[in-house]
Design a binder for this molecule. Structure first.
Ligand code: LRH
Ligand code: MN
Length: 388
């Protein structure tokens, strides 16, 4: 059994990044249900994200999405975040909501549109310079809906050209994370549909191009922890967009739909020694709280990642290795299930108390009155959302 002090230290140093867009209104193509008290500005989103860190102790940064989080002064936004105990993290580009991008952005057959998309990506690197962010996360909705609509190979060349231009613009210590997604909004081809396509582009670009695994972006039945293990071996796992799903890109709370899958993923990460921030794997949430209150949902999500990670840290790696080498199938499986079936909630409650935090972050937040305060304060101008 792992020594608990090492397990607790690893959990105390764990850092989970929150998505600014999880605090804004979100929904589906059928309906966006507005909620009272939703932030109206990136500043208010950062204030809400700071609440999650205040009660969990392990969510010290908020990712931003441009232009959803467009401000006049990004240094000032970074200072506001700092004054609230967090920092601005990953910068997410958005080349999927402009009319010009109907046939794609960097893969569009029209060079004018490609130049426009590239300009936005380069603007995002300028924003990273202002916020002090390390990572630029690129997700492209680019793809086609019908066979023959465009040339699959030519689109890859256009993509590679744009990525190379962005890679060349990166400053010291900056990285680009290329996110893949099987489908939606494109329904025949997606130009970055899977880990292999993302990895090929990253390897062609250079050492600071890494793959992002969004847990909602795979075909049903795909063994995500296998992909994670491979990307870790290749030194190309840049990060996760954690969420969960029952069907497609549902963006539900991480661990809500399949906590065992989350455990199997964190087991591969822990086993590869890639949990500590220094390992360079960004643990980001990418979720939408369409019907549930957003700040408590983010707190619960952070707790779900902590619980899966704590269980993974409790795996008796010695016994597991011995059983695996002995070909003891049931024995090896039992070692892993023992860790998964361990109730780690008392351990995490104790760890929070050691950090000077309440053992149950959700009830502590609900008792704080912050939720009621923002509902009474945030009246008037329009709440933030995806603006789709
Ligand atoms: C695309 C995606 C991507 C973000 C967006 C909010 O589905 O996962 O990471 O840009 O959601
Ligand atoms: Mn994502």
């Amino acid at each position: 059994m792992r020594d608990l002090t090492a397990v607790k230290d690893a959990l105390k140093n764990h850092q989970i990044e929150l998505p600014s867009w999880a605090f804004g209104n979100s929904g589906t193509r059928f309906k966006v249900f507005g909620q009272p008290g939703v932030p109206r500005t990136p500043y208010e989103k950062a204030s809400d994200a700071a609440q999650v860190h205040a009660y969990t102790g392990v969510a010290p940064s908020m990712a931003v999405h441009i232009p959803w989080d467009k401000v006049d002064d990004y240094e000032a936004l970074a200072v506001h975040a700092k004054n609230n105990g967090i920092r601005i993290g990953t910068v997410n580009s958005n080349v999927f909501q402009d009319d010009d991008y109907k046939l794609g952005s960097v893969c569009n057959p029209d060079p004018r549109v490609r130049r426009k998309a590239l300009a936005h990506l380069l603007d995002c690197v300028d924003i990273m310079d202002a916020t002090g962010s390390r990572d630029l996360k690129l997700w492209f909705a680019d793809g086609t809906n019908y066979p023959g609509q465009d040339d699959i190979s030519a689109r890859q060349d256009r993509l590679a050209e744009a990525l190379a231009a962005v890679y060349g613009r990166l400053g010291p210590g900056q990285r680009m994370l290329l996110e893949y997604k099987l489908f939606e909004p494109s329904f025949y081809t997606t130009d970055v549909p899977d880990w292999g396509t993302s990895l090929l582009h990253c390897q062609a670009l250079g050492p600071r191009a890494m793959v992002v695994v969004d847990t909602g972006h795979h075909a049903p039945g795909v063994n995500i922890e296998f992909i994670v293990a491979l990307l870790l071996k290749a030194g190309r796992l840049g990060g996760f967009d954690f969420n969960s799903r029952f069907y497609a890109d549902d963006d539900l709370m991480v661990g809500a739909a399949d906590p065992f899958q989350l455990f199997r993923i964190t087991h591969e990460v822990v086993k590869a020694g890639a949990l500590a921030p220094a390992a360079g794997v960004a643990y980001m949430l990418d979720q939408c709280h369409n019907i549930e209150p957003k700040i408590p949902a983010q707190i619960r999500s952070v707790m779900n990642v902590q619980e899966a990670t704590a269980k993974a840290l409790l795996v008796d790696t010695g016994a597991l290795g011995a059983a695996q080498r002995a070909g003891d199938v049931l024995g090896a499986n039992a070692v892993l299930m023992d860790a998964y079936d361990t109730d780690v909630r008392p351990l995490l409650a104790g760890l929070r108390e050691e950090l000077g935090l309440a053992p149950d972050p959700v009830s502590a937040y609900l008792a704080s009155g912050y939720g009621e305060k923002i509902i009474s304060e945030r009246t008037g101008s329009s709440p933030a959302g995806w603006g789709a």
